[in-house]
Design a protein around this ligand. Structure first.
Ligand code: BDR
Ligand code: CA
Length: 309
């Protein structure tokens, strides 16, 4: 993999993932694309541009994307992200430019003009933009590098319904397009992300770093900690969206298993459920599911990367 596109719906944990990628030496960040998800699309786009400005990375274009899922009405996860998507951060009007054209077109253009397999796409929200890109350009799936996604639930059940994780539930039809496209997909679902938790000590470690990006990350983690206490009654919120980015930077932090992942699109009861079939031939399997993550290792990577910047 040489370069990366991040497709996201910031979103508190999306924002932390962006800061990790903005500060990372590799892979090269080609673009950020945004989608309606945790909050509506005009806010996720603004939020990504705010984070870009705080990180001093105006060199990275931000493209706005789909306002609604392929077939379902738009959902939202404001409880966990605050009404504007970034917890209690004070919103401001960012100055950096907005990329020309919708996210799906940008994904097609950026991937198709580079060598096959060289561009990874990290999807940290509903998969609408990537599904639209695949519909627009049939050769995209075979030209793409790995698609690394935060999404899916298996062993402990879901976080939005008994069966489903929010990103897949929000646009199950788009997820079915991506998982069914034949491209390589590595999924970081709740089995893995629930092992990466922002404990008090880990938040304090970020708070010792005296830069604007680190201060922003610390404020986002504190907000998540308060929300987790109120909504779930636990002390250490899971840090979902940085996981796929951390894997691209340091694969040893995760244990992956070859599989085939299919998404329930029909049933109202189990909509967005990810059926993860491990009885596959590892030599030909196109999907991998993260079964374990080293939580401390992911936080060490985050703090070291923020410090190095
Ligand atoms: C996912 O849902 C969103 O609320 C988070 O940003 C994350 O991408 C976790 O289920
Ligand atoms: Ca997200």
């Amino acid at each position: 993999i040489q370069s990366l596109i991040i497709d996201c719906d910031p979103g508190v944990d999306d924002a932390v993932a962006l800061f990790l990628a903005f500060a990372a030496a590799e892979p090269t960040l080609l673009a950020v694309t945004t989608v309606g998800g945790n909050v509506p699309a005009h806010l996720t786009q603004r939020n990504a541009r705010m984070m870009r400005q705080i990180a001093g990375r105006e060199d990275v274009p931000v493209f706005g994307g789909a306002e609604r899922p392929l077939k379902r009405p738009p959902a939202g996860a404001g409880d966990f992200h605050g009404p504007e998507g970034l917890g209690d951060l004070e919103p401001f009007a960012p100055t950096g430019i907005i990329g020309d054209g919708p996210a799906a077109n940008a994904i097609v253009d950026l991937v198709m003009k580079r060598p096959a397999g060289s561009v990874a796409v990290a999807v940290l929200g509903p998969m609408t933009n990537l599904a639209l890109a695949m519909k627009r350009e049939r050769r995209l799936a075979e030209h793409l590098g790995p698609v690394v996604v935060m999404g899916g639930a298996r062993s402990e059940g879901g976080n939005i319904t008994a069966s489903a994780e929010f990103n897949i539930w929000a646009d199950p039809d788009a997820a079915a397009v991506v998982f069914g496209s034949g491209c390589e997909v590595i999924a970081f679902g709740l089995d893995a992300t629930h092992q990466v938790r922002a404990t008090e000590a880990r938040i304090r470690a970020v708070e010792t770093i005296r830069t604007d990006p680190a201060r922003t990350v610390a404020a986002l983690l504190r907000f998540s900690q308060r929300t987790e206490r109120q909504v779930v009654g636990s002390d250490a919120p899971p840090l979902h969206d940085p996981c796929p980015i951390a894997w691209l930077m340091k694969p040893d932090l995760f244990t992956l298993k070859p599989c085939r992942i299919e998404v329930e699109t029909g049933s109202d009861l189990t909509r967005g459920h990810t059926a993860v079939e491990f009885r596959v031939d590892p030599a030909t399997a196109r999907h991998r599911w993260a079964v374990a993550a080293e939580g401390q290792g992911v936080f060490d990577l985050l703090t070291e990367t923020l410090k190095a910047k």
